[in-house]
Every structure is written in structure tokens, then in C-alpha cells.
Design a protein around this ligand. Structure first.
Ligand SMILES: C[S@@+](CC[C@H](N)C(=O)[O-])C[C@H]1O[C@@H](n2cnc3c(N)ncnc32)[C@H](O)[C@@H]1O
Length: 394
């Protein structure tokens, strides 16, 4: 998931040939064509360059680069609106049964295109992430926290840099989780629980009678493991594939001085552990291909993690144990997965539903009537499915 290989980009700095490290969090290939731009470059020129696939190395004032990006975003939005109204007039935006998944895929394509265009404004940074641009703030701490140490000159997109700066703010301020009376501190590249209505479900579900050992599969910031530990589960093993998530969970667990949460890097299930009485999982909830490592927490191609979790969970669960699966039904409203399919996966895995708790998300996007996917988003329900082994009662 994370970029482990180093990539380099060859470029012309006026008459001089240069070779620099290429940093791209979204795994964009090194740019094939780079021109040097500065405060004299207009937003129209920059937008044209970006649309034709030319990257721009910014040599102007640091804050003007931010404004340039905002001006380019407005041009992208205008183009998207023009395309949408043209499609509506030509009757392409039909409302037949396939329109909703199509809308979702078109929106994902548009997001991808927007990200590629905006990622074409580049900055050069020296070792330690220092910048020579006028009015550039010191972002070495934010970048080191996000991308690791840098001991050579690099080119990076201004957008990736903004991502690191934004993450550093979240990490410092934390995300308050009011129902727990604590804050969680997300790290760069880790799912931030800003939509945390499911926390209440985790608090409302009665713990199984025996709760000496629980697993949290895909722990992210460690939030669900922390809830279980605070609710009295004696030992919690929290798993994630993403090393950034494990470092983040370790940070949050340490801040709360919890000594009964153990972390393990694994694909789904821990190794060398006895059977657990409770296994919780809040998997990425949309069956679609992640377009960058940062999207792995939200998008799950072909529901691979969800299905892998369901298929494997019975081997790790004690006979009287419970599985708590946190899952939004947005994928159902987007017609990307049906309820029947989900229920059949439970059944094929030898699981049955003991009960289900529901909550309705209240986040901004579910209230935004201008969003083309408003109908689906406003109908979304997040559930805690309590599942048990079928043979237990048969
Ligand atoms: C939606 S986030 C949930 C994070 C956290 N449990 C919460 O509720 O806030 C899904 C998490 O699953 C992790 N993940 C995805 N695939 C995984 C796999 N195969 N094995 C372990 N963790 C995985 C992601 O890295 C991410 O942290």
C-alpha cells in the first residue's frame, strides 16, 4: 500500500538537466513533461498546461501557488458543470435503474481527473523538506511525519504537501469523540473517524458474557480497540495492514495509557492467538477500486476485505463468541452491493444474525441536496451487525 520503491524524475531546469527524487502519495508516475512557472503565470495558462498533461514546477511565492490551485479548481468545476448540463440536455443523464451506479462511477472518474489535474503543480524541496520559495512556511515536521525522512532533493505535488499540512493539524488538534469524552489523534494516511456515529453503536451493544479477549480487525486510529478496552474487555488485539495505522493506534493507546491493547500487522487476522470471544471490524464500506493508498480505508475492490473477513472469522471465534460488523448500507443505495448478497455472505460463512443496531449518519455530505448522489447518501444507515456461529444453536 505504501510507496516503498524510490522513483526519480528527469527534468530540464532552463538549460540544465536535473534528476530528482519523485514523491507521490497517490502513486502518480513521474511527470513526463515539466515547465517552470511563477507568479506571472495565469490560472488559464496553468489550467491549459495541466489539462494537456504538462506538469508545472512552481518558482513563485508560496501562497500564490495555493491561490493558483484554487483558481484551477474553479475552472475544473465550471467544466464539470458544463459537461453535466450538456449531458442532461442530450438526455444522457437518464434515470433508469443503472443511473445510480453510473453516477457513482462518473463521480469517481471526475474526482480522479480533478486530482490528476491539480497534482500537476509541483514544488521542489531540499533534503529535510526545506523550500526556497518566498514566504514558504517550515513544513519539515509535517512532511517528515507524513512521508518519512528525506535526505535528497525532491519534486512533490503541491497537493500532496497540502495533504501533509492538513494531516499535521488533525494530528495536533485531534478529533473529539463526544460520546467517549476523549479525542482521537489521526496520523497522515490513516482513516480519521470524523464520521463517528458508529461509536454509539459500539457503546450500546451488550458485551458478550465472556469478554476476556477481543480482536479489532482494521484498527485504523485504534478507536474501536480503545472502546473495547475502556468497556472492560481484558485483552484486545488490534490488527491493521497499514503500518501508518499501527503507528497511529500505538500513539492513541499510549496517550490514554491503556496497557491491555496489543497491536499486530497482519492481513485480516492475528497469528498465534487463542480464539476470541468478540471480533469487531469496520471495513472500508464502498466496493470500488482505491485510486491511491490513501483510499484503502474507504474503498474495497469487489468487497475483498469484507468477504475475506466474513469467510475467515469463524476460525478465530470462540464457540459462544460474537462478531460485531460495522457496515454502512451506502453501497446498497448506490446499487454496488445488494442486501441479499450481504446476507448470503453471512450464511456462506456459517454466521447468523443475532441482532442489529442502526444509526443514521448526520455528516455534511448526507445533507447536501446539490450532491448528485444525495438520494443515496441521505438514505444511508450504518449498522452494527452482531453475528454468531450458526452451529452454536443448530
Ligand atoms: C474504515 S477503516 C476503519 C478504521 C477503524 N477501525 C475505525 O473504525 O475508525 C478500515 C481499516 O481497515 C484496514 N484494512 C483494510 N484492509 C485490511 C486487511 N486486509 N487487513 C487488515 N486491515 C485492513 C485499513 O487500513 C483501515 O485502517
Amino acid at each position: 500500500m505504501l510507496q516503498t520503491e524510490k522513483h526519480y524524475v528527469q527534468w530540464q531546469d532552463n538549460e540544465t538537466s536535473r534528476n530528482s527524487r519523485w514523491l507521490s502519495e497517490s502513486n502518480q508516475p513521474p511527470p513526463a513533461r515539466i515547465v517552470i512557472v511563477d507568479d506571472q503565470t495565469t490560472a488559464d495558462q496553468a489550467y491549459r498546461f495541466a489539462c494537456e498533461g504538462t506538469s508545472m514546477l512552481w518558482r513563485g511565492d508560496f501562497h500564490n501557488a495555493r491561490q493558483l490551485l484554487q483558481a484551477m479548481t474553479r475552472r475544473i468545476e465550471r467544466t464539470e458543470q458544463r459537461k453535466a448540463s450538456k449531458a442532461a440536455k442530450s438526455g444522457k443523464a437518464s434515470t433508469d435503474a443503472t443511473a445510480i451506479p453510473n453516477l457513482f462511477h462518473l463521480q469517481r472518474q471526475a474526482q480522479g481527473q480533478r486530482s490528476r489535474i491539480l497534482s500537476r503543480v509541483l514544488l521542489e524541496l531540499d533534503a529535510g523538506y526545506s523550500s526556497r520559495l518566498r514566504r514558504a512556511p517550515d513544513f519539515s515536521a509535517a512532511c517528515t511525519a507524513a512521508f518519512g525522512e528525506l535526505d535528497e532533493h525532491c519534486l512533490i505535488s503541491f497537493r500532496d504537501l497540502q495533504g501533509a499540512l492538513g494531516a499535521a493539524q488533525w494530528r495536533e488538534k485531534g478529533v473529539p469523540i463526544s460520546s467517549l469524552d476523549l479525542s482521537i489523534f489521526p496520523h497522515y494516511g490513516v482513516f480519521a473517524p470524523t464520521r463517528h456515529e458508529y461509536v454509539q453503536l459500539m457503546l450500546d451493544a451488550p458485551l458478550p458474557d465472556t469478554h476476556d479477549l477481543a480482536f479489532d480487525i482494521g484498527t485504523g486510529t485504534g478507536l474501536l480497540a480503545i472502546i473495547l478496552a475502556q468497556r472492560g474487555v481484558q485483552q484486545v488485539v488490534a490488527i491493521d495492514l497499514n503500518p501508518r495505522a499501527l503507528a497511529c493506534a500505538a500513539d492513541n493507546i499510549q496517550r490514554l495509557e491503556l496497557t491491555n491493547v496489543q497491536l499486530q500487522q497482519a492481513d485480516l487476522f492475528p497469528t498465534e492467538q487463542p480464539l476470541a470471544n468478540l471480533i469487531v471490524c469496520n471495513p472500508p464500506w464502498l466496493p470500488a477500486k482505491p485510486s491511491s493508498p490513501l483510499e484503502y480505508a474507504v474503498y474495497d475492490a469487489n468487497s475483498a476485505m469484507l468477504r475475506g473477513f466474513l469467510q475467515g472469522v469463524s476460525k478465530h471465534l470462540a464457540a459462544q463468541g460474537e462478531v460485531w460488523l460495522i457496515l454502512s448500507d451506502l453501497a446498497e443505495h448506490l446499487q454496488l452491493r445488494s442486501r441479499e448478497e450481504l446476507l448470503s455472505w453471512f450464511s456462506e460463512a456459517g454466521l447468523m444474525v443475532k441482532y442489529r443496531l442502526d444509526t443514521q449518519p448526520k455528516h455534511g455530505r448526507s445533507q447536501d441536496a446539490t450532491d448528485p448522489l444525495f438520494a443515496a447518501r441521505s438514505a444511508e444507515i450504518t449498522s452494527l451487525w452482531c453475528l454468531t456461529l450458526r452451529q452454536q444453536t443448530e
